[in-house]
Design a protein around this ligand. Structure first.
Ligand code: SF4
Length: 368
């Protein structure tokens, strides 16, 4: 059974009603279990569970220590280009926004790579907008080859590709894929993506699975919290999606990133406000549901929130971040995709991680 069939099993579930009916006793019953059903996981996303974060944190912390120890892996994004043919209403790179567009040359990619490598980072995430005729698969592969000279791990966050295209990038040294479904609500998805190739919901939904089949070492998925009026809906389906990938592709390390909407160029207002407590609850519920899934918290979140979330199940954080093309070396940082909340350098992040009694991890694998 593919993931779309699993999704359709919940078509008749009235999530708001289910969540409202959960009691503290239901949450206690779930917390006493070792392995959770999907509806147990949904129970932990309920308003009743929001009042029991301390008990959830204790359980999530114990599971995290068993599976990951006191470690936080560090990485940074490198934006290769911001050309885009889509009109995602929530994004500053939306093709309807009149912003300067650019794409790094091979020399500029090398310069950015050298600047990032000088910080000590070993894991890199490269990004483009969705403009296949500008940021071609070959261009992305060529950039990965250059950056592979500096980084043992190069992951991509680009437009959804076919399995053959992912397999080609794997031969260029790409070892990981990050791809956000944005929302699992198909009707809403169409509204938020009025034009462009990203409008194809099903092609995007199956892309993480194609990445697993192509042989990537790690695949990270997520939904953009705030797009759905009931934020728990996307949190629930993201957890199910990750569980599906873990069950079917045990050789791939599956991770989740729970980004929230941030200010950006454009006028889109989120459908729901996901509070700090909601975000913490989501991460705790994920950890209790999926014991060994990776969880990434990016610089969309503030320094103090990220610091406080370290013991709660987070495994990976970004540092020294810019969301502008060429932003690691350019004097004028250009237009950012969105504003970040935690501008700390790699060195500052290491100090923060160590001050929490955790170990910053720069590298956890070697390509051969
Ligand atoms: S989210 Fe991605 S695809 Fe959509 S407008 Fe922004 S850069 Fe383009």
């Amino acid at each position: 059974m593919g993931f779309s069939e699993i999704l359709s099993q919940y078509d008749s579930l009235d999530m708001a009603t289910y969540l409202a009916a959960v009691t503290p006793a239901d949450v206690e019953r779930v917390l006493a279990k070792h392995s959770l059903t999907p509806l147990d996981y949904l129970t932990l996303l309920s308003p009743a569970a929001e009042g029991m974060l301390e008990a959830m944190a204790q359980k999530a912390n114990g599971i995290s220590m068993r599976h990951f120890g006191k470690t936080i892996q560090l990485f940074t994004p490198l934006y290769l280009a911001n050309f885009c043919t889509n009109q995602c209403v929530y994004c500053g790179f939306n093709t309807a926004n009149r912003i300067p567009r650019s794409q790094l040359s091979a020399d500029e990619v090398r310069k950015e790579g050298e600047a990032i490598a000088a910080t000590g980072l070993k894991h890199l995430l490269i990004l483009t907008g969705d403009a296949p005729s500008k940021s071609t698969v070959e261009y992305i592969g060529d950039c990965a080859k250059i950056l592979g000279e500096y980084f043992p791990s190069v992951s991509i966050e680009v437009y959804a590709l076919t399995q053959d295209e992912y397999a080609y990038l794997e031969t260029c040294g790409v070892d990981g894929l990050t791809l956000f479904q944005e929302t699992y609500n198909k009707t809403l998805y169409k509204e938020l993506h009025p034009k462009g190739p990203k409008r194809n919901y099903d092609f995007r939904l199956d892309a993480p699975e194609r990445g697993c089949q192509a042989g990537f070492r790690s695949v990270t998925i997520g939904a953009l919290l705030g797009l759905e009026a009931v934020w728990q809906r996307d949190a629930f389906f993201t957890g199910l999606h990750a569980g599906y990938l873990q069950d079917n592709y045990p050789g791939t390390s599956i991770a989740i990133s729970p980004p929230r909407m941030r200010p950006h160029v454009g006028s889109y207002e989120p459908a729901s406000i996901v509070t700090d407590r909601n975000l913490v609850q989501y991460v705790l519920a994920l950890r209790i549901f999926l014991h060994n899934v990776g969880i990434t918290v990016s610089t969309r979140e503030s320094a103090s929130l990220r610091d406080n979330m370290m013991p709660l199940g987070v495994t990976k954080m970004s540092a020294g971040v810019t969301t502008a093309v060429g932003g690691h070396t350019a004097e004028d940082n250009g237009t950012a995709q969105f504003d970040i909340s935690d501008p700390r350098s790699v060195e500052e992040m290491c100090r923060a991680i160590e001050s929490k009694g955790f170990q910053p991890v720069f590298k956890d694998w070697q390509p051969f």
